[in-house]
Design a protein around this ligand. Sequence first.
Ligand code: SF4
Length: 380
Amino acid sequence: MKYLTEFRNGEVAQRIAREIHQVATRPWKIMEVCGGQTHSIIRNGIDQMIPAGIEMIHGPGCPVCVTPLNLIDKALAIASQPGVIFCSFGDMLRVPGTDRDLFQVKGNGGDVRVVYSPLDAVELAVRNPDKQVVFFGVGFETTAPANAMSVHLAKRRGLKNFSVLVSHVLVPPAIEAIMSSPGNKVQAFLAAGHVCSVMGYWEYPPITEKYRIPIVVTGFEPLDLLDGIRRAVIQLEKGEYRVENAYERIVSFAGNLPAQQLLSEVFEVADRAWRGIGVIPKSGWRLSAPYREFDAEERFQISGIHTEESPLCKSGDVLRGAIKPAECPAFGKECTPRHPLGATMVSSEGACAAYFNYGRFLSAEDLAHAGAALTGVANG
Ligand code: SF4
């Protein structure tokens, strides 16, 4: 428990917050890239400890949230096929596709299973040679090494009944896309510490140079986040822009080299669609040619899917940092964790779920409504 208590010390948090108040002379807009950081900021009230003028903008860093609807619809179509065992992490089961979710496919007789590791899916394939086992491989650079390892292992074992529906996205191109977007408001980034634990932060200095923007590699505990904000504000106030590593206990400049080697063997960089954002060039991975036989999209050749986003859902605006979740008209009304309209309300890293679960941003009327919905969740 040492690391947890050490980075949750209230007195130290107050001291860092006071320092931020002393340093900040102007309003600044800082984006935390990762949804895990968003939850920690809201849960710990960090946005309320810092000066009112420093706005935390919530970035697109939730793997479930950015998986495009079309791919979720493909997952639903594959999972519905007879003879398929469809494996996913739990969050994905409740993400709405155009007209249903994986839970409903399961309820209708589909063999949909929650796994805790892609390697479990490989084992399922070994034990069920008469079935096609498909793993939904979503995520940023953080989860990609385990998914790459599962494909590597399947190839080594000569499995013909294992495949991965790949939806891997990469953080640096997303930062560039946000900085290049016409209405961009972001003036500094807190980079996601767990992504950097795999990839290091050697990709970031050219971005800080190109956009003249501070990037601080930041962890997830309250003191990590306050320290990341403090460092970003100091740079902004001085007019500096460079990469700083505020997560040295986990992250090195070079990152995890064996993991990066495995990733570059199993995957190749490709253009990727991000839900609510659109296609970002070279922002994702797909299986490389030697491993393409394990690509579920190639194996199942699903076509003719009709994909339609909920007209009520503003998750694209939330993911771009253009609006806060509570500014969505459906927030806490038509859309709750029990009846989510968008992935940002479903995912444990989703910004809408963070705002809803910690409920500080609702009107009294909305709080009563949300309270009823939460009771429903607790009883559900
Ligand atoms: S509150 Fe619900 S409907 Fe609104 S953006 Fe978030 S997920 Fe979409």
